[in-house]
Design a protein around this ligand. Structure first.
Ligand code: GDP
Ligand code: MG
Length: 205
């Protein structure tokens, strides 16, 4: 088969860690590149999704460095856009005070950024969106941030049930069906669709 001339723009050639924002008014990169952020509750499969998307050992290493897991981490991709890895929220096993830390951090990032083109919100395909998920969606709507939902761990459902979930979630959250993408880090299902959606956000002027 001849190579698809449009597919090259979906190839991740280069990923560079630029730094982390550790507190709500803390450092953030001084960059004019468009940004695409990723958010979701802890354990939703964000690290797995990002590692599947990016396929870089260096990326995985940074994201699991102790101390970086509660930061907002910034990665320059292909010199084209900045991937913003927001801290997982709603972690039940840490204290209430620590638990609430993510909110002002994430809100501060979302209010300060001038480059954000869109956010990918991860939801577990088998679970109802939590109050934190809904609060995040409301906040994104208030700020007018284009939102894509990735339904993670899609391999846990049959193909028919997964498709049903995509329809249900897009109805429930009033999103267009193409804004809801089923994803599996285990099978790689949804990787190309998600890259396509991200590329469209980045390329949109
Ligand atoms: N079956 C399945 N399990 C997954 C998938 N993605 C993540 N997991 C599992 O879910 C748990 C949390 O994943 P992780 O990526 O660390 O979540 P994070 O806390 O959001 O970064 C781990 O046990 C993963 O192996 C997936 O696509 N399919
Ligand atoms: Mg993680």
């Amino acid at each position: 088969m001849p190579p698809d001339p449009g597919a090259d723009r979906l190839v991740i050639r280069n990923v560079e860690f630029i730094g982390g924002m550790a507190e709500k008014h803390g450092w953030r990169p001084d960059s004019s590149l468009p940004e695409v952020a990723f958010a979701g509750r802890s354990n939703v499969g964000k690290s797995s999704l990002l590692n599947t998307l990016v396929r870089r050992k260096s990326f995985a290493r940074v994201s699991r460095t102790p101390g970086r897991t509660r930061e907002i981490n910034f990665f320059r991709v292909n010199n084209t856009f900045v991937l913003v890895d927001l801290p997982g929220y709603g972690y039940a096993r840490i204290s209430k005070a620590k638990k609430a830390e993510w909110r002002p951090m994430i809100e501060s990032y979302l209010r300060r950024t001038t480059q954000l083109r869109g956010l990918v919100l991860l939801l577990d395909i088998r679970r109802e969106p939590s109050d934190d998920d809904r609060a995040m969606l409301d906040f994104l709507a208030e700020l007018g941030v284009p939102t894509i939902v990735a339904l993670t761990k899609a391999d846990k459902l049959t193909e028919a049930d997964a498709r049903g979930k995509v329809a249900e979630v897009s109805r429930m959250l009033a999103l267009e069906p193409d804004q809801v993408i089923q994803f599996s880090a285990q099978s790689g299902d949804g990787r190309v669709e998600l890259l396509e959606a991200i590329t469209q956000l980045v390329e949109k002027v």
